[in-house]
Ligand binder design. Structure first.
Ligand SMILES: O=C(O)CCC(=O)C(=O)O
Ligand SMILES: [Mn+2]
Length: 196
């Protein structure tokens, strides 16, 4: 692992974080390119039997289809900008990825609830690389079984890289909470490797 990636002090997990993995200039450019080039969709989600708009825009690119939050995602073919990001991330992660889920949070009211990325298509120990551009947002971890452990929060900065490896998805859930502050756009990419 590259020295710029700091191992986070989470028991039962393997999480690395680099707040400024991309330079400020690269990050500004990526934010703009992704906003313009990605085919963003407002999907719906069924919550307690009721169809509701997801509190964020999403897109799915890659080699293989994937089910996420009960949605069947037919992936779109890679864009050059996404392949470029994938390569940069693979260089330090030591893993290979064949798909990426993108989320666009329009305001502080857009969010993602507690979950683990533990779908069986991702294999025994899912390896996930999360890249963020735009407004920094608080990102939380909570242990699934050890209730005595406090939640751990990180601020995911503009141009940051977060790697979640090993047993992380078995033992921890993560979330991107809403915030009451007036905040602008944030784009997050999670690179994944779908095995089947
Ligand atoms: O936006 C984020 O940082 C979280 C994204 C995430 O957890 C996911 O796409 O599964
Ligand atoms: Mn996730």
């Amino acid at each position: 692992m590259m020295p710029e990636l700091a191992l986070q002090p989470l028991p039962d997990a393997e999480v690395y974080y680099s707040p400024h993995f991309f330079s400020r200039e690269e990050s500004d450019n990526y934010l703009q390119e992704l906003q313009q080039q990605v085919n963003w969709k407002q999907e719906n989600i069924k919550l307690f039997g009721k169809e509701q708009p997801m509190p964020r825009l999403t897109a799915w690119y890659g080699d293989k289809g994937y089910t996420y939050s009960g949605l069947q995602n037919a992936p779109q073919p890679w864009l050059p900008v996404l392949l470029q990001l994938k390569e940069r991330v693979e260089q330090v992660s030591g893993a290979q990825y064949n798909s990426v889920l993108l989320n666009l949070y329009r305001t502080g009211q857009d969010s993602m609830g507690w979950h683990a990325d533990d779908e069986k298509e991702l294999g025994q120990e899912p390896d996930i690389a999360s890249v963020s551009f735009g407004i920094p947002r608080k990102f939380g971890f909570r242990h699934r079984f050890r209730k005595e452990l406090k939640n751990v929060y990180l601020v995911l900065e503009h141009g940051s890289l977060l790697l979640m490896k090993g047993a992380t998805q078995h033992y921890w859930q993560h979330a991107l909470p809403k915030t009451g502050k007036a905040v602008g756009i944030r784009i997050n990419l999670t690179f994944r490797n779908i095995k089947s």
